[in-house]
Design a protein around this ligand. Sequence first.
Ligand SMILES: [Zn+2]
Length: 725
Amino acid sequence: MNKNIRAAFYFTMDFQKRVLIPIANHFKERIITNDLNELKNFRPDFVFTADYSCKTLSEFFRNENVFIMAVRHGAVNKYSEPEDDFSYADFIFGTEYEKKYLESGNVKPRMKFIVTGNPWVDETFRIPNRLLDQNTPTILFAPTYNPEISAAAIPGNKLYELISKVFSDFNLIIKPHPAILDRRFEHLRKYEKTFDEWIAYWKYLEDNFKNVRFIDNPSESISKYFTDADILISDRSSLIWEFIILERPVLLYRSNNQPELWNQLITDLSIDNKLDVGAGYEDINQFADSLGKIFDLHENYYQKNQQNYKNELFGKFQDGLSSFRIAHEIKKIYEEELSNNIIEVAESYIQNNSFEQANKLLNKALQFDKFKTEALNDLAYIEIVSDNFNKALTHITEALTLNPNDEIAWNNLNYLLENDLIDSEKIHQKLNTIFQVPLSIKKIFSFEDYLEYYKSMRVEYRRRNEFEKKLIPDKLDEFIYNGFCIVCNEVVQLKVDFWNAYKNNGERIPNWRERLVCPNCNLNNRMRLTYHIIKELFPDFRSSAVYITEQTTALFNLLKKLNRNLIGSEYLGESVSKGASNNYGIRNEDFTELSFNDGQFDLLVSLEVLEHIPDYQKALNESYRVLNKKGKFLFTVPFNKNSKSNIIRAKIDNGGNLIHLLPPEYHGNPLNSRNECLCYYHFGWKILDDLRNVGYENVFAVFTYSKEYGYLGGEQIFFIAEKGN
Ligand SMILES: [Zn+2]
């Protein structure tokens, strides 16, 4: 690239300039602005942000050749879960620790995380080592804003008096968290009075004592006060993780209070809550006591911890030159012509039959996730027109492995098939290996377990959603999806139409769970998956004693073929006696009073039945009774994964009257389409406790989803209860 790179830097708060300016200085054509329109008029090649602005910027520059580049917000900011916003960046720069941290929440940039070190701490790493002044120390007081955990609250207005007890001579620099001083934050308005009291006290100190300085400009960076500090007094503020770089004494207010503003999903994922980098205090007596011994405690104990954290957090780059490295990496990206139009350039070479140049560019594009499928399809095309059909098939297979439903890859494949250019048996074998991946099954044992899992899946959920949305055609009323039917054992064109579809903001969303119908076996997504789960989790199904609470369904017929002794039933009411069959050979059973012997079955399967039984507890007891010692109960019910408790929609009162607590919901009855069944429950995680109370030993939910098998539309959830020995 010969022209100058047009480098844009976007900030939302002034203090972010601390990392933006040193990087910007490496570019001749540059702009640093907080104005989006100014940014657009500049026509940048990339925009760099040090804030949660990646989504905003990527939407603002949608369809334009602008890379979004980012470093994470703040020096060591890990109070919340890995920030989804950074998955909208094309490139992220930072430390190995930050990379792992983001990956723990499945947050990845579109193109690459480049390990450069963290530019927020560049200044601090450049502060020279010096001997500490133990007689007349400079104390940096830097409290955070949450009143529950802030060192501004404890010791409060005893601060000066207590320090004076320990040191006859000292300097005090007060540099509170910017949010205490900057009144633009709506959500902090309720603390205004508290903040005013704190500030009044600090002003009073500055006015009355020569050795006190109060820094009341929120935009000023704290790191410049690090140089003089011999001791830091703080709390759970993230700045302690920056100060430890200097390996100097730290005194911390250790409060276990949960700040009101932190939501419940925040757990101690990070090391932020561990305050073992400095001496602590919980009240004002301990404050003076710990401060008195601070230099000894630091040298003998806490300094070692600081060194360990420093290496864990900042890794190999501790030279204060991270912004230099970032600028260098950005230039490298552009020098290698890896701008957004690499594929376009390659395709123009293909059009001119300059395959060698095209090949070179496409292979470069393969190094970046974003371009992979496109590049593979183009490479396949080049091989096809060069009569290298086997090589073409390799590229097609790779593209389909990334996206089993990539349209261009399928076009290339069909071209090979229809023109007999390659052995079709070989193609089918290849396809089977792509699609027949192990079914991923996530077992979840409790609501808390689910919250953890949810956190790790947020970004993945969003990606799946986007993937599914893209499949839906604008005008057609039916479309196909290539998937592997586990029943037919081959890749088939699953059919999707809009039967029982949903509307979301006016857009049609297929009923994925009930559609994706195999053209051979006619089974839909839900039924194929149920079959798959049974096959996967109950390998002895064929030779086991199994009872299933349905007998007139396609799934029953399929399972009956596998296991000739399978027993099924329907609920026929009073017309047929329990355990007997009607004229059509349909057995009648009441789940709350089964006619089977104790311990008769190895496996009991019940799909979407329990929610129709007012006294479902009784049915659970029966399930336990008819299973043998190692027996297992597999079932599905309407389930609200975000609800801890079961949701009761309707009930029968003591007088036998039906009471609706929520608008009545009816589900189809396979025996009679006019006779619909009332749904009494939507279950929550309490169902697992219900099962444990009945006596089941091992109880869990199973979450599954698969693009390869066509199990789309959010995860389907099964429950499994095992009796144990
Ligand atoms: Zn099939």
